[in-house]
Design a binder for this molecule. Structure first.
Ligand code: EPU
Length: 345
């Protein structure tokens, strides 16, 4: 069913099952595909706009839908990718929020602009990447980020956020806090330094390159190695529903770390600049015996305990129930609280 409101198209009662990588069932009371800023502007000008609760959906790879959404889902689909400037020491590359992140990474590498290769194969869209400051294999988006353009959904104004304004942290940004659901990200601009150096510090990536006897990797070889490692450990959402890491790796203070490491000297850990220590949630969860266990349609991936998976028919509440049981068990065994990584709607 479609109702034309001004020049924008609002759809009613739209299933979201295929629009989230976990494959969870949910319906949006209202739905609009935003493929241009003009379409968004037309929608903001409609009388319905201020009465509807809104949710911006990108690739749906980092959301857990727990039920029907009684408002308006804005599906961010703005396309486009371009070199916007070439500075003496860097390329500035921009992509529309609706572009596939992985396809964009591949395109930059084909153009001969290295810098994003460690972030190959991360599911989702370009517009979602800054929200959780995507990161993998020794690199975070923040390190290559220049700015983003967004539309303020309350005022309709266009706003530019530089890196400081995004307040990036580990899997975190202002868009998960005060700015949550306030803005629709239109495009993201990355700064790719010409003085490129491989980032191959992450142990598994280094091992992969070593096995392939690559001593001085090119950016494309790093992308290939990242893709190989990811494909071995992380389920492909096209095959099995999931939202990537379901929990953040917890950061504990020095005293808590000292207690833990005295009991479990083998626990993987990553010291932080401020003296705190990041632990591997996957290791904690595996040690509690959850890896590879199924509870009806939802389970803990057998190759990576940090990932919850849907073998078909899971509902958001089933996923959250399992997540809560895992959190309680890790808390009881290790005194460590796990925080969810995806956004729960
Ligand atoms: N580990 C286990 N058992 C498991 C999983 C992990 O013992 O079931 C151990 C590993 O052996 C290793 C340590 O935990 O010693 C860390 O595991 P891994 O290298 O697989 O990385 P991760 O901490 O599980 C993080 C990110 C991933 C990212 C990888 C690679 C978070 C929450 N997750 O996973 O990001 O791809 O590092 O950089 O930070 C995502 O955010 O969705 C995501 C997949």
């Amino acid at each position: 069913m479609e109702a034309t409101v001004s020049s924008a198209v609002l759809q009613r009662d739209v299933p979201l099952h295929r629009l989230n990588t976990f494959g969870l069932p949910a319906r949006a009371a209202w739905f609009a595909a935003i493929d241009s800023q003009d379409r968004l502007a037309a929608l903001i000008a409609t009388p319905e706009w201020r009465y509807l609760q809104r949710f911006v959906l990108g690739g749906g790879s980092n959301v857990i839908l727990t039920g029907d959404f009684d408002g308006l889902v804005l599906h961010a689909r703005i396309p486009g990718r371009a070199l916007v400037a070439e500075e003496p020491d860097a390329w500035l590359v921009r992509a529309g929020a609706g572009e596939s992140w992985h396809a964009f990474v591949g395109w930059t590498l084909e153009q001969g602009w290295p810098g994003l290769e460690n972030l190959a194969l991360i599911p989702g869209t370009v517009g979602a990447a800054p929200i959780q400051n995507i990161g993998a294999y020794g690199l975070e988006l923040a390190e290559r980020f220049h700015s983003l353009d967004a539309v303020d959904l309350e005022t309709g104004e266009r706003v530019t956020f530089d890196r400081a304004a995004c307040r990036f942290g580990y899997r975190d940004s202002v868009f998960k806090h005060e700015a949550a659901q306030r803005f629709l990200i239109v495009s993201v601009t990355l700064r790719l330094p010409k003085d490129w150096r491989p980032v191959a510090v992450y142990a598994e990536l280094a091992r992969e390159l070593e096995t392939a006897k690559i001593a001085k990797p090119t950016a494309r070889q790093i992308a290939g190695a990242v893709i190989a490692v990811r494909s071995r450990k992380l389920p492909d959402p096209a095959q099995i529903g999931n939202a990537g890491s379901f929990f953040k790796n917890p950061v504990v203070d020095a005293a808590a770390f000292a207690r833990l490491i005295a009991r479990y000297p083998e626990a993987p850990h990553y010291p932080q600049p401020d003296g705190a220590v990041k632990l591997a949630a996957g290791w904690l969860i595996e040690r509690c015996g959850w890896k590879g266990r199924w509870f009806g349609a939802v389970g803990v991936y057998e190759k990576q305990a940090l990932v919850l998976v849907n073998r078909g028919g899971a509902r958001g509440q089933d996923v959250l129930r399992l997540a809560r049981a895992i959190q309680d068990s890790v808390s009881d065994s290790f005194g460590v609280e796990l925080e969810l990584e995806p956004t729960v709607v």
